[in-house]
Design a protein around this ligand. Structure first.
Ligand code: ADP
Ligand code: MG
Length: 574
């Protein structure tokens, strides 16, 4: 710990019955609050606020006003909100959780400034500037620099809220659990309600996103899925797809929010609203893998899963029980355990540690595609030259598994360039109607219409469960792939199939075990459950008239499907 005191004043802690006089000292990495006496005998009287734990510090006019944290000329109080991390033990694992701390201080003007109110306000603003400056980790070149420092004016964060998600309580959830954190952090934000299915997709696909620092879904995974797909329908998809996005779990299927907490080793408290809101308010950004999914007549970008057989059936067939929240999944699961359904299908895959055999540079000739990543070299070059911000963003998410993350503050604002990519006139893919054109990535694998490559393996069987997942959790209490991380570049396959049993029938006891252990992820390691780690797969149901097929929990037409992982293709705020 550094010992150089950058700022020191005496304050009264307000809010208690008797105001208590304390000494505040700012160091490069912390604030120390101690009794005013010169020699502190009892260290229990000392409170340390680590700067990186501070969500917001504000000089305010009134001590209880919650929505006036913006700069004010004559503040009377200094308010600090901080969230120290605590360890909790759960199921033999050490997890983190955050505890909210808040302090309101008023300057001891008698001692510090001979009672001049305006100077008191100046001094409080100075504290705010100093703390923000140091918390940003900026170099302490000279004190004048800090005096001149003003936090960069931030663009607002847009929250897109699906009022029909989950039990339909999104709006009250937002004002109760999300907005307070944004206010504490002093971050501007706006709320927009979706009016219909696909509204979020249209918004992300057509509106200028320049004015937002990030766009956050307040919903289940379905709305984020719409948003991501909208981003890839834009002419400027290359930059727009890097728009920081995020999710507040307000739906009935909240797999991503739960998975992110799991990845960060955070205890998931209750419905996870408080901690995800805190994460969004802090604004850390991480790369997130997407998969590119192709069916015979559509393509999709997905961040969570492709489901067929039991898990997809439960998800879709429980739709009409939406009012029950996540419990709907369990009710249906129990029903389906009593009478399991078998689906015959062919499954082909490329193992993760198998060489791809894809040609990174010359494959453009062998694979017909629309709007390849390299198709518009002119636009690409010019963009690279013009826009260092885009380059910076791109380097954030390309091929940097598990290593790179940053904060909303440290990422330059995105500049969208509508002319980066010309649409390819040779397009033959699916977009013959007036729908917006989805960008097809240059992933280097064969398209669905082409034969399965020789280095892929294929199996055919009767499946009771077959899911492809790239996050640990599909729902709050459904961990199917404990090994998955947001940016590991892998798709995990989980299968329960008749072929593993002498009579071709999956024992009920196994199904029951699956249900009982689905919260912990234990079934992933069960000897009768097959798991694979792949980079790409193709799945062909033999009878397309039966069974549900889902992408991120949203139903699509049952038929052949191929998925290819796109490492770090999105930026997630968490
Ligand atoms: P849940 O987890 O409860 O299913 P989702 O966010 O996944 O919540 O949303 C479910 C569906 O609601 C999505 O398919 C989405 O298209 C649709 N949707 C979004 N906005 C609206 C709206 N305003 N009215 C009706 N449906 C909507
Ligand atoms: Mg959903």
């Amino acid at each position: 710990m550094t010992s150089e005191v950058l700022l020191a004043d005496q304050f009264y802690i307000t809010g208690t019955i008797n105001e208590k006089l304390v000494q505040l000292q700012l160091f490069k990495d912390r604030i120390q609050i101690s009794p005013p006496e010169e020699n502190i005998s009892d260290s229990s009287d000392v409170t340390i606020i680590i700067l990186k734990d501070i969500l917001g510090i504000h000089a305010t006019e009134a001590r209880s006003e919650t929505d006036k944290f913006a700069y004010t000329s004559f503040p009377n109080y200094l308010q600090i909100f901080w969230y120290p991390q605590m360890d909790v033990e759960k199921d033999g694992k050490i997890l983190f959780k955050f505890r909210r701390r808040h302090i309101v201080l008023s300057l001891n003007t008698d001692l510090n400034l001979n009672g001049q109110a305006t100077t008191s306000g100046h001094r409080l603003n100075l504290w705010v500037k100093h703390v923000r400056y140091c918390a940003e980790g900026l170099p302490l070149i000279c004190i004048e620099k800090i005096y001149q420092y003003t936090s960069p004016k931030e663009k607002p964060i847009l929250f897109l809220l699906n009022p029909k998600a989950g039990q339909g309580k999104g709006e009250s959830i937002f004002w109760r659990a999300v907005a307070p954190y944004m206010r504490e952090a002093g971050k501007p934000f706006e709320l927009k309600l979706t009016e219909r299915p696909n509204h979020a997709r249209e918004y992300m696909g057509t509106e200028s996103l320049l004015k937002w620092k990030a766009v956050i879904a307040v919903s289940g995974d379905g709305l984020l899925y719409e948003m991501i797909n909208g981003l890839h329908e834009r002419p400027d998809w290359r930059v727009a797809s890097k728009t920081p996005i995020g999710i507040i779990p307000a739906g009935s299927g909240n797999g991503l929010a739960r998975s992110l907490a799991n990845w960060k080793n955070e205890e998931y408290v209750g419905d996870g609203l408080e901690q995800t809101s805190l994460g969004i308010a802090k604004g850390n950004i991480h790369p997130l893998d997407l998969t590119f999914i192709e069916t015979e007549d559509s393509c999709h970008y997905s961040f969570l899963s492709v489901g067929f057989a039991l898990l997809a059936d439960v998800d879709i067939e429980s739709e009409h029980l939406r009012f029950l929240g996540e419990i709907r999944f369990y009710l249906l699961s129990v029903l389906r355990l009593i009478s399991p359904r078998y689906y015959r299908a062919k499954f082909s895959y490329l193992l993760a540690d198998e060489p791809s055999n894809k040609t990174e540079t010359d494959n453009c000739t062998s694979i017909p595609r629309v709007r390849q990543d390299t198709s518009s070299s002119e636009g690409y070059e010019s963009m690279q030259g013009d826009n260092w911000a885009n380059e910076r963003l791109r380097s954030f998410s390309e091929n940097k598994h598990e290593t790179s993350s940053g904060s909303l503050e440290s990422i330059p604002d995105i500049e969208h360039d509508n002319d980066q990519v010309s649409s390819n006139p040779s397009s033959t893919y699916s977009n013959t109607n007036a729908k917006p054109q989805m960008h097809i990535p240059n992933h280097g694998y064969p398209r669905l219409s082409e034969p399965v490559p020789e280095n892929w393996k294929t199996l055919e069987d009767d499946f009771v469960i077959i899911s492809a997942v790239y996050q640990s959790h599909l729902a709050k209490d459904l961990c199917v792939s404990p090994e998955s991380k947001p940016n590991d570049g892998h798709i995990y396959i989980i299968m329960v199939r008749g072929g593993n049993f002498p009579d071709g029938k999956v024992p009920r006891s196994l199904m029951l075990e699956f249900l009982l252990k689905c919260e912990s992820g234990e079934m992933f390691y069960h000897e009768k459950v097959d798991t694979l780690k792949v980079k790409a797969f193709r799945f062909e149901p033999m009878d397309r008239s039966v069974g549900n097929l889902t992408v991120d929990g949203e139903r699509i037409a049952t038929g052949p499907i191929q998925a290819v992982v796109l490492p770090g293709a999105a930026n997630i705020v968490s």
